[in-house]
Write a protein that binds this ligand. Sequence first.
Ligand code: FES
Length: 184
Amino acid sequence: MPTVIVNDEALEYEVGEQLLDVARRNSSHIGFLCSGKGICQTCTCRVLEGQENLSPPNELEQILISEARLEQNYRLACQTKLQGTGSVKILSRAEEIRRLALGVVQPPPGTNPGENLGRFLNRLTGVLPSNLPETLKRLTKIQVSPNGVQHWTSDLGHVVDRMLNTDSTTALPVPSEQSKLTKQ
Ligand code: FES
């Protein structure tokens, strides 16, 4: 089976699967507050490699993600399909922020704590959902099912459990943002 690297971990997937489904199945550190309904944007991630092996940004992503962010390869994992078998590398926003925060409290050797703090604060500014009017409009249409809540709670529990039981205290490197690597 092909694999996608999510937060430095290789995960198996089937061609055509949503990136968020693969991440959730493996309890990766990624947000899924609205369970893939395209509202919360907590599933935002950055494509570090292999944009060409993903579905292109769909209409909703083009509405919700700014042009600048799209240029920096930001995507919504719940709207992105793995459509090729070539190498793909992803860093979720949740994990990116966690790593940047660790870089502030435990600066890795050779890094500047002030610069680490600046990167962390700078990244926090992008946490609120962009395009608020569209987000609120979609929020009014949300439907909650008992099965969906149960699935969500179970997946969240697995992510938290994994975070608590793995060595997540190391400040891993966070790649710099860069312009689009591959044109669609
Ligand atoms: S999970 Fe909410 S927008 Fe993707």
